[in-house]
Design a protein around this ligand. Structure first.
Ligand SMILES: Nc1ncnc2c1ncn2[C@@H]1O[C@H](COP(=O)(O)OP(=O)(O)OP(=O)(O)O)[C@@H](O)[C@H]1O
Length: 386
């Protein structure tokens, strides 16, 4: 029995030793692979793409030179500046809302200037240098219809993005009324709209459609990222004091862990992502088409619903309406004069459906879209003048 016990103990010892050795070898192997991947820059998939595990998206607008930020100081873009982090933190702030990637606060600085601070949550997998480089390239994007970036800040516990305050709120609220009023209603047109809501005229909607198209065209011409915006929806279009649209939250795709982005960003709700896990520049075109449908129908699109609000499959619904010849009913009654749609309204509806084609190849380029919206706007203005 003694010999048997000894043999058993030796066997256990050998097996445990072998296991430890195997674990050690596996750890060394994984470490070496990571090191190699880092050296060749292949650790993450290409920009705008998600790997099979839903991991990592690379920051594309990287420049070679290193970007440094003075500790405890905000990095200001061209028109930013004039206040420090301490002043910003001390300023009386008012919460504007919580989004998918953090919360926004309105704060008064320099005794007169209203700025918005977005506290980003869960930024990754980018490093501090990557974050700063990316924000620097975003702050260089200047267009009359893009919300200018005033500054940004990175520390291990805090990532801030600072912009001007857009006093007329966002497009979602402008079309549908405040979210709270919609929560009990489905997405029917006008559902939950407040009686004191200022009507949103056709010409104002057209102005928004045109401004957003131009901003998106600019992003597509100037950003190398495979999906330059990635999260275009009504709540990411702000309105300034003259209702001029300002597209915001562009270029965030590389800063957000894909596992989080996949559940929250509009581009990952596109048909192509649902079918074959790919997104491209044409995904932005699809998002723009969905936004147009929301503007035209006055209904909440399933792709851009904030929490607690039910949205509809607008593209499917509008296509059915056109097929079954009840197209007239898709237009938001609020802007129809004598219950009739103008030729410009029909043209914009057709453009929206073209942008929403299931197959990305069949959709127009953003440049083509912007030209078409310009043509429609010019046509409607001429008709008004006649
Ligand atoms: N510069 C700004 N001026 C005025 N309001 C703003 C500004 N930036 C954000 N907001 C408002 O603050 C609120 C929260 O914005 P945030 O971007 O965090 O979330 P969101 O756009 O609603 O959703 P998501 O994060 O999915 O894009 C929204 O109501 C938004 O309209």
């Amino acid at each position: 029995a003694d010999t048997q016990l000894k043999t058993l103990l030796v066997a256990i010892f050998v097996i445990v030793d072998a296991l430890v050795l195997l674990i050690l070898l596996w750890t060394i192997y994984v470490f070496c692979r990571r090191l190699k991947a880092k050296e060749t820059g292949k650790e993450n998939p290409p920009p705008g793409e998600v790997n099979e595990k839903g991991e990592g998206v690379r920051c594309e607008e990287e420049e070679e030179d290193a970007v440094v930020q003075e500790p405890g100081k905000i990095t200001f873009a061209k028109d930013g500046g004039g206040f420090g982090l301490e002043e910003l933190l001390k300023a009386s702030a008012e919460g504007l809302g919580k989004g998918s990637f953090g919360s926004c606060y309105k704060a008064m600085v320099d005794d007169a200037r209203m700025v918005v601070v977005k506290r980003l949550r869960g930024v990754g997998p980018v490093t501090k240098e990557e974050f700063l480089k990316h924000m620097r390239s975003l702050s260089a994007m200047e267009h009359p219809n893009l919300l200018p970036l005033l500054g940004y800040y990175y520390s291990s516990t805090e990532k801030l993005v600072i912009s001007n305050y857009a006093c007329n709120g966002n497009l979602f609220d402008r079309i549908h009324g405040k979210i709270a009023d919609l929560s009990s209603k489905p997405y029917e047109t006008g559902g939950g709209r407040r009686a004191d809501r200022i009507p949103f005229s056709w010409s104002s909607r057209l102005q928004v459609a045109q401004g957003v198209a131009q901003a998106m065209e600019f992003l597509h011409l100037n950003m190398r990222s495979s999906v330059p915006h990635g999260n275009l929806k009504a709540s990411n279009v702000l309105l300034d004091e003259s209702d001029k649209p300002l597209v915001c939250d562009h270029g965030l795709v590389p800063l957000i862990p894909a596992s989080l982005a996949v559940n929250r960003m509009v581009c990952y709700k596109s048909p192509e992502y649902q079918h074959n896990r790919s997104v491209s520049r044409k995904t932005d075109v699809w998002s723009y088409g969905c936004l147009l449908l929301e503007l035209i129908t006055g209904r909440v699109a399933a792709t851009s619903t904030p929490g607690g609000v039910r949205g509809g499959e607008l593209c499917h619904w509008v296509n059915r309406a056109v097929r079954e010849e009840w197209t007239g009913e898709v237009f938001d009654a609020e802007f129809l004069v004598h219950k009739r749609a103008t030729s410009g309204m029909i043209m914009l509806l057709k453009l929206a459906l073209w942008c929403c084609e299931q197959s990305p190849e069949k959709r127009p380029e953003m440049e083509e879209v912007a030209r078409e919206v310009e043509r429609i706007t010019a046509g409607e203005t001429d008709a008004e003048d006649d």
